[in-house]
Ligand binder design. Structure first.
Ligand SMILES: Nc1nc2c(ncn2[C@@H]2O[C@H](COP(=O)(O)OP(=O)(O)O)[C@@H](O)[C@H]2O)c(=O)[nH]1
Ligand SMILES: [Mg+2]
Length: 349
């Protein structure tokens, strides 16, 4: 990488990421040679993986125990959870995977990079903060900084860029918000790194620095929300409100108690929304819709949904009939580029 002032930050990221990956390789080697370290990666299941992270004793294990069938260890002693434990919960009629994790912050105050790795690999991050802590706001800040410093962005408010390299087609841009750079500047930077073909997705007021990070994929965006737990304790709500005041606007929070169960019913809907998916009930002509939905990305078109069923259906389809929120009237006829809504019934012809 060219050495100039603008790449200082980037070199820092690259160095840190490199040492994280080295650690990971070391651990994997130790594990293979029978080192007996508990496995750290959790195979995804269901419509999305929601990883619960946070300081020790905030109630991550208790929440996973309440919402899923998982066998977790709940302990009043700190650092009770050593390895990630997945469990499944049903929301609407889709299965969401919740993952309990060891504490994000080690006893010596350092960050557990294995937990950051789990968050990096998640579909959605749920940050659990215990309201019994002397300083919930500090816990929140420390946890969010741990993610940010290790290249996990949890908010799009400050701007974010994703660069997907391609083999042809030049450089194309998509925007959600207005960046702080011109396409001309972006092209020049990309070209200086010998990137000539790429899809550049720009969110919020992103800068050229953000673009530069994205070229090396040092950074990922993970939608996140905060669970303030232990709502059963005195003045919980005002303490949660105070801590949450520092959150970016696109990071939602919920107030819950793993002991009384209050507020936990928000976890499913908030996680579902952040997963950016939709349920489509397909049907054959003259038959009732399938009881199990097809889960696809929220912006999927009729053609993409057909593709999921079978490539030959996608090729041969002429039109579809649709019922539900995405239809003007039941049985409306729509084309392959139509975007159905969550919960719609679709008959592909
Ligand atoms: N009062 C109260 N205590 C809780 C709540 N959730 C968890 N705890 C307690 O907090 C301690 C730590 O819980 P645990 O789930 O093991 O936390 P973890 O370290 O984040 O997994 C245990 O003693 C739990 O019983 C809650 O909603 N209210
Ligand atoms: Mg635990």
């Amino acid at each position: 990488m060219p050495k100039h002032k603008g790449t200082e930050k980037l070199r820092l990221w690259a160095t840190r990421r490199l040492s994280e990956l080295r650690e990971e390789v070391e651990r994997e080697r130790a594990r293979r040679s029978g080192g007996g370290r508990p496995g750290m990666f959790v195979e995804k299941a269901g419509a999305g993986q929601v990883v619960l992270i946070g300081p020790t004793n905030s109630g991550k294990s208790s929440i996973v125990a309440r919402l899923t069938n998982a066998k977790v260890t709940i302990s009043p002693l700190p650092y009770g959870t050593q390895a990630p434990v997945p469990g499944m919960m049903t929301y609407l009629d889709v299965q969401l995977q919740l993952v309990d994790t060891p504490p994000l912050i080690n006893p010596d105050g350092s960050v557990n990079s294995r937990v950051v790795a789990l968050a990096r690999n998640a579909d959605v991050i749920a940050l659990v903060i215990g309201l019994d802590s002397p300083e919930p706001r500090r816990d929140l800040d420390v946890s969010l900084r741990a993610l940010e410093d290790r290249g996990v962005a949890y908010s799009l408010e400050k701007g974010f860029v994703r660069v997907e390299r391609r083999t042809q087609g030049g450089i194309a841009f998509t925007y959600r918000g207005t960046p702080r750079f011109t396409e001309e500047e972006a092209r020049r930077l990309l070209n200086s790194y010998r990137v000539y073909n790429a899809l550049v997705e720009v969110s919020g007021p992103a800068t050229l620095d953000d673009l530069e990070e994205a070229i090396f994929s040092a950074k990922v965006y993970k939608p996140a929300f905060v669970i303030f737990n232990k709502a059963d304790l005195p003045s919980a709500e005002s303490r949660a409100r105070e801590a949450a005041s520092a959150l970016p606007k696109d990071v939602q929070w919920v107030l819950a108690s793993a002991v009384t169960g209050v507020g936990l019913s928000s976890v499913g809907p908030v996680a579902y929304r952040l997963l950016n998916i939709k349920r489509i009930y397909t049907k054959k002509p003259g038959q009732p819709p399938s009881p199990e939905p097809l889960v696809v990305s929220a912006d999927a078109t009729v053609r993409e949904i057909a593709e999921r069923i079978s490539p030959s259906l996608a090729r041969s389809m002429k039109y579809a009939k649709i019922w539900g929120r995405g239809a003007k009237y039941g049985g409306q006829r729509v084309g392959p580029d139509y975007v159905p809504q969550d919960g719609d019934i679709l008959e592909i012809r």
